[in-house]
Design a protein around this ligand. Structure first.
Ligand SMILES: [Zn+2]
Length: 281
């Protein structure tokens, strides 16, 4: 009984801390997002952050947390390093990478079409093909859970991709999460990113500093891609409406994408999966 009371007190205290962090940064999020929405250049990542920060606990369940805002990581399982090509989906002898998927029956016909558009976005110009699951052992199971998130690369067996409706059902957001499932991290977490962008640490919401870590990534001999659908927006995780990422080349004004993969995103997929560059389709 005492333990139950103690837990109750603890959870009240924790929720007070959580509420307080919002109070400390009253301008974080909502104001920044409204400004971005007005300008109609919110990136896919901005939409994801909006969905996840307000609706998902950072801990999805007892063993899964979100890294960098939307990459699911199981704490009870050694997370594989995708950069060494160890968590790629297998390639068929016909040269395509077939990714089997199942879709929750909870999605409407319209929502299903939208998810298919997100898949087509990736398929166009790449060797990846999404196919409804029949018997495949490894597959993604797309569900309208809480928030927009995916695991990184193939995990073996069933792996969830959450696309909450309607928050995560924009084509760009769907493509972004599927790119994580293919094994891609965010563009600005590239090991060489400091050559191309300046991270404005004082402007980042304090609890989210870890979302801006760098990783030992394989650049696949491709240039840094400011236009990537995997790039954070200029104001991602801003605590006061000020930019959190600024391109070093001041002539480049846009970071990230709202709706579609960049040209380099497609090259990335083809290089990572050794499919050759397919500029023609
Ligand atoms: Zn992401």
């Amino acid at each position: 009984m005492e333990q139950i009371i103690l837990l109750g007190v603890l959870s009240t205290a924790l929720s007070a801390v959580h509420a307080q962090s919002f109070l400390y940064s009253p301008q974080w999020g909502p104001i920044g997002y409204k400004e971005r929405e007005k300008q109609k250049d919110a990136t896919a990542m901005d939409t994801i952050i909006k969905a996840n920060e307000f609706q998902v606990s950072r801990i999805i369940d007892g063993t899964t947390t979100l890294r960098e805002g939307d990459i699911a990581v199981s704490t009870g399982r050694r997370s594989k390093a995708c950069f060494a090509r160890s968590c790629l989906w297998s390639k068929s002898v016909d040269g395509h990478v077939y990714i089997a998927y199942s879709l929750s029956p909870d999605y409407s016909e319209m929502e299903t079409k939208q998810i298919e558009k997100g898949m087509e976005n990736i398929e166009k110009g790449t060797c990846v093909r999404f196919v409804p699951r029949t018997h495949q052992r490894d597959y993604i199971d797309i569900q309208p859970m809480s928030g927009c998130w995916s695991y990184l690369g193939v995990r073996g067996g069933r792996q969830a991709v959450s696309l909450q409706s309607p928050q995560c059902l924009q084509v760009g957001v769907i493509s972004h999460e599927l790119m994580h499932a293919l094994g891609f991290v965010h563009e600005q977490s590239r090991f060489d990113r400091d050559t191309y962008v300046t991270i404005m640490w004082p402007n980042i919401w304090r609890d989210r500093l870890r979302n801006f870590e760098k990783f030992k990534t394989d650049s696949l001999d491709l240039p840094y891609d400011y236009d990537s659908i995997m790039h954070f927006g200029r104001y991602s995780f801003s605590q006061d409406g000020q930019p959190t990422i600024i391109p070093k080349n001041s002539q480049i004004i846009k970071l990230g994408q709202a709706n579609s993969l960049s040209h380099i995103d497609k090259l990335k997929i083809n290089r990572m999966y050794k499919c050759g560059d397919r500029d023609d389709n």
